[in-house]
Design a protein around this ligand. Structure first.
Ligand code: 5CA
Ligand code: ZN
Length: 413
């Protein structure tokens, strides 16, 4: 946890757009607000899309703390999954070494971007023993069923699936109809054509061991490895409790991932909802397509850092876009962010400036309104422009604003 300066004045209640209800909702929570954000699958380096997602939830943590909440933030790492195994195989490296390397690089990138680390940062692999009993419980309670896996390494082995038809609230996160769900299910890790499933949308909970794949003890399930959605459901349940106040990730996770993990989490906990608010970061694209490791159209944080780009300029480039919208990355945005940073630095390095209280209020109001970071940056621009053109005689103003930029926006000048 880095040092976060105190900012004078008081903060308004934070509201976020909840994907499930479509409404702007206050972030509930008592003394502690619980936030679960879906972490990386560590088979390639952090690109601008990932960075946008983690900076967005970092912003959320900062404004919640500023408004007096204690934040409990958990993030997972999907350190066992098909894409990781496939990339390791392609590159002739051990999947564990690949994951270890990419996790280390991700953490360096996040530190450079001044992202406050989660309180708990949990790998799927280290958590596998905690997934087995919940999956067994889903089977025992009739939420899940077995499908014979004739290609498994042991005769009579079974895969286990979640029965979506058993869940009356299935669809309550994404509000997609069946055809809308089927359209993206396969592309996002689903197996609609698996023979023996009751419904094409049923999600894998446990995969029996196949030759050449890693395996773990699955108790009565047999040896194998977990499905993706159950990992996030169990980690959130174990480490935060369900409902969490906020479940976060990119919009590419709305369906199936957040729909399914919410369904698993409700089935396991008996809660009527998995999260008080589902908050999603829009997709960052490059050349007209979603930036993704599988497509390879990437602008990497680590590459920019190696080229000597100031990480605070990268952060400002990300903050210049509203998190709820999709946007396309252009190198010009980095040039603009660097200019903005230079201007702010110059304005804040004077011996005084215009009184900054209203600017701090404006930043807080913008961020409390569904993390409207572009509006917050505009407020700082206005102060900087005044400071540089007309000066100001409040000797404390640069200090107050500098601390607000650090604490609320994570921008250190
Ligand atoms: N490990 C899973 C979540 S449990 C996963 O989606 N990993 S990931 O590495 O593919 O993505 C990490 C995070 O970045 C996720 O929250 C995802 O929604 C987000 N993300 C991925 N691509 C983009 C993009 N192009 N723009 C914005 N966010 C993105
Ligand atoms: Zn997840």
């Amino acid at each position: 946890m880095p040092f976060i300066p105190q900012v004078p004045g008081s903060a308004p209640e934070v509201r976020v757009r909840d994907t499930a209800s479509g409404e702007l909702v206050p972030v509930a929570g008592g003394d502690s607000v619980t936030v679960y954000v879906c972490g990386i699958t560590p088979y390639d380096a952090t690109h601008m899309g990932h960075a946008a997602t983690y900076v967005t939830f970092d912003l959320l943590g900062r404004v919640l703390r500023d408004s007096g909440h204690n934040v409990r933030y958990v993030q997972n790492i999907t350190d066992i999954d098909d894409p990781l195994l496939e990339r390791a195989e392609r590159d002739g490296v051990d999947w564990r070494d690949l994951a270890t390397r990419e996790i280390a690089l991700f953490r360096e990138d996040m530190t450079a971007l001044a992202v406050i680390p989660p309180d708990e940062y949990l790998g799927a692999v280290e958590s596998i023993p905690t997934f087995v009993a919940p999956i067994e419980k889903l089977v025992a309670d009739g939420w899940a069923y077995a499908v014979p896996a004739p290609d498994a390494s042991r005769e009579g082995a079974l895969d286990y699936y979640f029965d979506v038809a058993k869940d009356p609230r299935f669809g309550s996160v994404s509000h997609l109809d069946e055809s809308g769900m089927l359209e993206v299910f396969e592309e996002r890790g689903g197996d609609p054509d698996r023979v023996g499933k009751r419904n094409r949308l049923d999600a894998l909970l446990w995969r029996a061991h196949r030759e050449g794949e890693p395996e773990w003890d699955g108790g009565s399930l047999g040896s194998g490895r977990p499905g993706w959605h159950i990992e996030c459901a169990c980690i959130a349940l174990d480490h935060l409790g369900v409902p969490v106040d906020v479940q976060g990730g990119g919009t590419d996770l709305v369906f199936p991932h957040h729909e399914m993990s919410a369904a698993h989490g409700r089935a396991l906990s008996g809660a009527s909802s998995f999260a008080g608010a589902f908050v999603h970061q829009g997709m960052v694209g490059l050349d007209g397509e979603k930036m993704s490791k599988s497509k390879g159209n990437l602008v990497l944080v680590s590459t920019l850092r190696r080229e000597g780009v100031d990480p605070m300029a990268i952060r400002l480039a990300l903050l210049a876009r509203h998190h709820a919208h999709d946007w396309i990355w252009h190198d010009d945005q980095l040039v603009e962010a660097q200019q903005r940073l230079d201007t702010w630095r110059k304005a804040l390095s004077g011996n005084g400036g215009p009184v900054a209280d209203q600017t701090v209020d404006d930043i807080r109001a913008a961020l409390a309104d569904d993390l409207d970071s572009p509006r917050a940056l505009d407020a700082v621009d206005r102060w900087a422009s005044q400071a540089l053109t007309r000066g100001g005689d409040d000797p404390g103003a640069p200090g107050v604003l500098g601390r607000a930029l650090d604490a609320l926006l994570g921008v250190r000048l």
